[in-house]
Design a binder for this molecule. Structure first.
Ligand SMILES: *Cc1c(COP(=O)(O)O)cnc(C)c1O
Length: 359
């Protein structure tokens, strides 16, 4: 407030950009007003149009698809892996056509997709990869930060994410050929950023764009969060490892899947989820937990079955995505979750699982 500069791209935004570029080695970090906006900015930068196909996992948030659908692209939904919600690389191989321009990968729960294979597939077919890393800040694959694989990557700072400023996002540009256009499209299609750096003596309209930059108020809040990221992540990791240790054996014995550590991936403790054996079983557990004051939650409904899209999808079945839609349940995981509260959640879930009839 004291700086009197409240609109975007002031000193707080700059410090966020520097911190993110330095901590993760991103080429160019640009704060946006949301993760959704970062994806829309990516779709504009990739020059997506009506003749393009974009492959998107069906088990994701609407914005992963919406951003490209808004540009007129044909969205082709891909199924998840059998054992986790991320996109199945075999599906990508099957679905790529000469019209495919972009593959959107979503690192669900902050656990990386199989990026080695996906990048190889993309390179062979000349397709761009855009990472929807909305949930994946601070996670890595083969030691590389998520968000550094795609040409473009989108992060979210929505208050459901690990690091937040209420509503906010980040576009990462990993190919310097797009650096200047990214800055222009983000500033209403103008070279205002270059003007403020003193590089030109007036700014003008150079191409289509929109207003993607957050205010300094949001950036200042975000900087406060980013400066505490080690503490926030450490506490979340502790909560996640408690869930894994305390619930893992009980759940496995009952044949109930859950988030599992995966080779080459270091997650960011964004979510801890179970995968129940049926929709009915998930409804029962949600109801049971809710009656004990525990707010567990399901997650995405397969987008290929959504009201908006189902008539455009045809009848290609995506059974893995549907299973996660029907059976996945998330337990509370947030910085302020008290140990006592987590112990109560663990006891409640254990009690419910033990009362299940064996299958
Ligand atoms: C949160 C999220 C988004 C959207 O981010 P907003 O900042 O809410 O616009 C997009 N994709 C995924 C996978 C998300 O989890």
């Amino acid at each position: 407030m004291a700086s009197e500069k409240l609109s975007g791209d002031g000193s707080f935004t700059k410090r966020c950009h520097e911190l993110l570029e330095h901590r993760y080695g991103f080429q160019q970090a640009l704060l946006t007003t949301s993760g959704t906006d970062a994806l829309e900015l990516a779709a504009l930068l990739a020059s997506i149009g009506p003749n393009d196909e974009v492959i998107v996992p069906s088990f994701t948030f609407v914005s992963s698809a919406n951003a490209f659908a808004l540009r007129g692209a044909r969205i082709v939904f891909a199924d998840s892996c059998g054992d986790n919600p991320n996109v199945d690389p075999d599906e990508l191989e099957r679905l790529i056509t000469p019209k495919t321009k972009v593959i959107v990968v979503v690192h669900y729960a902050g656990m990386a997709c199989e990026m080695d294979r996906i990048m190889t597939i993309a390179q062979h077919s000349g397709v761009m990869v855009v990472e929807d890393a909305a949930q994946a800040l601070d996670a890595t694959y083969n030691g590389m930060p998520l968000g550094s694989f795609g040409v473009f990557s989108a992060f979210s700072f929505h208050d459901t994410k690990n690091i937040t400023c209420g509503e906010g996002g980040l576009l990462v540009v990993n190919d310097s050929r797009y650096a200047r256009r990214a800055e222009i499209i983000r500033e209403k299609g103008t070279n205002r950023a270059a003007f403020f750096r003193g590089e030109v003596d007036r700014y003008g309209w150079l191409e289509l764009g929109s207003s993607f930059l957050p205010s300094e108020l949001n950036a200042a809040f975000l900087l406060g969060q980013l400066e505490r990221i080690e503490d926030i992540q450490a506490r979340r990791a502790q909560i996640l490892s408690t869930y894994l240790a305390e619930l893992g054996p009980v759940l496995s014995r009952a044949g109930i899947d859950m988030l599992q550590p995966r080779a080459r991936c270091v997650g960011n403790a964004h979510t801890f989820y179970l995968v129940l054996r049926s929709l009915q079983e998930r409804s029962d557990l949600l109801q049971f937990l809710s009656s004990h004051g525990i707010s567990a939650a399901s997650h995405y409904n397969s987008l290929h079955r959504s009201v908006y899209f189902r008539s455009l999808h045809g009848d290609r079945a995506l059974p893995a995505s549907d299973r996660f839609s029907d059976c996945l349940l998330r337990l509370p995981l947030y910085f302020g979750l008290h140990e006592r509260e987590q112990a109560f959640i663990v006891e409640s879930v254990r009690g419910w699982v033990k009362a299940l009839s064996p299958r």
